[in-house]
Design a protein around this ligand. Sequence first.
Ligand SMILES: Nc1nc2c(ncn2[C@@H]2O[C@H](COP(=O)(O)OP(=O)(O)OP(=O)(O)O)[C@@H](O)[C@H]2O)c(=O)[nH]1
Length: 377
Amino acid sequence: MPLDFLTLMAVMAANLFMISASLPLIMGPGVSTAARHVQASMLLQAVAWAAIIAAGTWWDQALSTVSVACNALAQWMLYRALREWLGERPLQSLLLALVVITPLGYTLAFDHYAWRVGWANLLMSAILLIVARATLYPAHYADPRWRRLLMACLVTSAAFTLARGLLGAFTDQYPSFRTPHPVNLAAAVATNVSLVLGTVAVLVAWRAEAEQKLRALAMTDGLTGVLNRRGFNKQAENMLSHAWRHHLPLTALVLDLDYFKQINDTHGHETGDRALKLFARLLEETCRTGDLVGRLGGEEFGVLLLHNSAPAGIAFDQRLRNRLQTLSMAELGFGLDYSAGMAVLLPAETRLPDLMARADAALYLAKAQGRGRMVEA
Ligand SMILES: Nc1nc2c(ncn2[C@@H]2O[C@H](COP(=O)(O)OP(=O)(O)OP(=O)(O)O)[C@@H](O)[C@H]2O)c(=O)[nH]1
């Protein structure tokens, strides 16, 4: 079957424009920064291909340079999306420098065919390889399947771009980008396939991001932003196993605001909400990195202090109580107090509910003894 290179390129550009137009429609409004970067990347690629097709007819240098610039920028946008999805990515400064100097060098060397083809393609393949590298080693867990697929697409594109660069720079077997040279034809087919598979990969990445956000939302308390009971229990179980494995002390606190119904009745529900937010904020600020805070329900909160036993729990309670007294007066206009129960993990205690039940029973005692205090189980 004879393959016409220009037709393949035109199909590629048309596909890219269709994908660029449909991505915002599929993803809808209010999408993540990563998704916006992917949309921009697709549009830039579409412009790049349209410009290179048109360059054969008019303003060869200007349009070819626009094409190289858009292609490089498209990869930069994809890299930014990967950074959003996978955390800090390596070689960012090098990539940015390549994105700037690739079109610049291309246009400056435009009159020297071998130079411009060699420069643009060799540097573009380096850009593609840096973006491919950015799919590896995520800063936190990310599904390897879409990352592998995207990496394969980028490495394939990099290989063909490299071949073009080498042929153009060091041989005279590569007459022009638009001629039906076997490398051009193979590259056009491979790029079309990479486009389809790459789009699938970024759509899966975007869906994984949305799922991750939903999971986090399902574990978070909407009012205070700390973990809800479900999220707290899930992470607390992990902390308990960690403490057990490494023979580390662990202290649980259950804290409950005093006379909260009265606060709602006297100052209104909205002020009650502000009081809950203030308390949650102070709990987080009083904790250390690695400790756990959650809203267990209503005006009751849970705290797990990792690597700590009773003296740290008592110190935590004192710091929190002092800060709450000062800040509730300043921010709410009245003093807020709480009762707390504390339980230190026992050597034989393996279940989280047992630890929390002892802290809960101590809280009950603190309430019974007149509130505004902490009792140790
Ligand atoms: N503003 C607000 N109030 C809440 C929220 N969740 C639960 N409450 C209220 O918290 C109050 C809890 O009342 P109680 O269980 O009697 O506790 P209390 O008044 O603090 O009494 P003690 O705990 O015995 O000191 C109820 O009036 C609930 O309506 C919330 O998200 N916002």
